[in-house]
Design a protein. Structure first.
Length: 286
């Protein structure tokens, strides 16, 4: 997929832990119980959903019974376990991962890349970008490029992260007129994600961006202070001596069969008023 030069794709990252005491990983029963507790579902309710019995669910969770591969996947489906974690459940149960994890650049992903590129290009001059599960930018259109004036180079050095660009004091934050509202929205969004899935990298990112200082002045304007209530919370950002207002929407893939695809998100920014729509036609590079 073609990518703007300032927003290259982040390379793969691997972390190696040395000199640490080895701890046996939890079994599939403990993991399933943790997901059931997270979803606040009783053993009986899960059994009814999965066409099983509360006794069998109890035996699986306590390790007295080893679930079949089909049962692991069925329980994971009814517990709405993320695709990546479904593979972890299968491995804990002694089975091979069911879902592949291929790079977006893999030849088998050509149709996906082409489709997303057409979507990004077709959305111009409005901003749009593709994100992975930790908000790293995989691709962006020219509408996004138009908004990056003044963003520090270190934030545009791979891996480029949308949350850092937005909330860092060297990023867009000083130009976001309703920063406190928009920052609260983004942190709430990440918090909801963390409540639904286990992700150490996402937790680290949340802790990092939540600790960024707010500007001493500015960023206090309310999106509802203009005399009328918007239909959704906009991001109000200064650009070229005017204020542009955007409504953010996020699209994900239904029924993904690949770990990478399950974590992709396409974020688009819809002009919240006619003035912003008109302005974008003049500032988006050809």
């Amino acid at each position: 997929m073609a990518r703007p030069s300032t927003l290259p794709r982040a390379p793969s990252r691997f972390r190696y832990l040395r000199g640490m005491t080895t701890v046996a990983p939890p079994g599939v029963g403990a993991l399933l119980r943790a997901w059931r507790d997270r979803r606040r579902i009783s053993q009986l309710e899960l059994a009814l959903r999965a066409d099983s019995s509360a006794r069998h669910i109890s035996f699986i969770e306590t390790g007295r019974s080893r679930p079949s591969q089909e049962m692991v996947l069925r329980l994971a489906d009814h517990l709405d376990v993320p695709v990546r974690e479904r593979n972890a459940l299968l491995i804990a149960a002694g089975y091979a991962p069911h879902y592949p994890e291929r790079s977006v650049d893999d030849p088998s992903m050509s149709a996906l890349r082409e489709g997303m590129e057409r979507l990004l290009t077709g959305y111009e001059p409005y901003p749009a970008l593709v994100l992975d599960g930790t908000y790293e930018v995989l691709a962006a259109n020219r509408g996004i490029q138009a908004l990056l004036e003044g963003v520090a180079d270190h934030l545009l050095t791979p891996p480029v992260n949308a949350m850092r660009i937005t909330l860092h004091p060297d990023g867009l934050a000083p130009r976001i007129r309703n920063l406190r509202e928009w920052r609260g929205h983004l942190l709430d969004q990440m918090d909801r994600q963390l409540a639904l899935m286990r992700s150490a990298p996402l937790r680290e990112l949340y802790d990092e961006v939540a600790g960024y200082p707010l500007p001493e002045s500015g960023g206090r304007e309310s999106a509802t202070g203009g005399g009328h209530a918007p239909f959704a919370l906009p991001m109000m950002i200064e650009h070229g001596g005017r204020v542009l207002s955007f409504i953010s929407t996020i699209a994900t893939f239904n029924t993904p069969m690949d770990v990478t695809v399950s974590e992709l998100a396409i974020e688009t920014f819809l002009p919240a008023d006619p003035e912003t729509a008109a302005a974008l036609k003049g500032i988006t590079p050809p």
